[in-house]
Ligand binder design. Structure first.
Ligand SMILES: Cc1cc2nc3c(=O)[nH]c(=O)nc-3n(C[C@H](O)[C@H](O)[C@H](O)COP(=O)(O)O)c2cc1C
Length: 159
């Protein structure tokens, strides 16, 4: 059973979650790199507007092809939606996903990220994980991630 974990992360919260999922599920992990510089605080508002206005962004070419995997688990911070980078990835790869699952990180609310991912990828996520920043800071994320991975394993009949 081949699993790919693909995530976008600006401040590492999503990376922490994605890397642990990758370790627990023995998957291939790949980070989405947004070509647009979003590193400075001044870009915060611009990034929110990009997501809200659905302004397309360009991402670096990825090494892995989702077609080669039984399940692709995508991850993104919530920016009043998902992120332009994950949006770009899903659009580029629509029709190539056999199964999809989702994880998000956020400070307040995961909003309707699962609905957005279903629309963009063409697949309803088989499982969804939302992790709040403060849960990562308190170390509570590890239990949530373990439970998510157990759910995924059950759904894929991996023992
Ligand atoms: C541009 C921007 C917009 C954000 N918008 C939201 C939001 O609408 N709702 C929310 O709960 N958190 C929001 N956040 C917080 C992030 O979702 C949260 O800190 C997340 O864990 C960041 O992930 P990262 O460290 O992998 O980049 C926003 C953060 C940024 C930088």
């Amino acid at each position: 059973m081949k699993i790919l974990i693909v995530y976008y992360s600006r401040h590492n919260h999503t990376k922490i979650v994605g890397d642990l999922i990758g370790k627990l599920l023995k998957g291939v992990v790949e980070e989405i790199i947004d070509i647009k510089d979003r590193s400075h605080l001044i870009n915060w508002e611009k990034s929110v507007f990009d997501e809200e206005l659905r302004t397309p962004t360009k991402i670096k070419p990825m090494k892995s092809n989702p077609k080669d995997f039984d399940l692709v688990i995508v991850g993104s911070p919530i920016w009043h939606g998902i992120t332009p980078a994950l949006r770009a990835y899903l659009k580029q790869n629509k029709g190539k996903f056999r199964k999809i699952a989702l994880f998000t990180t956020f400070s307040a609310s995961a909003e309707n990220a699962d609905y957005v991912v279903e629309k963009l990828s063409g697949k309803k996520p088989i499982s969804v994980l939302g992790v709040q920043d403060r849960q990562i800071w308190m170390g509570e994320h590890k239990r949530l991630i373990r439970e998510f991975c157990e759910r995924v394993k059950k759904l894929l009949n991996i023992y």
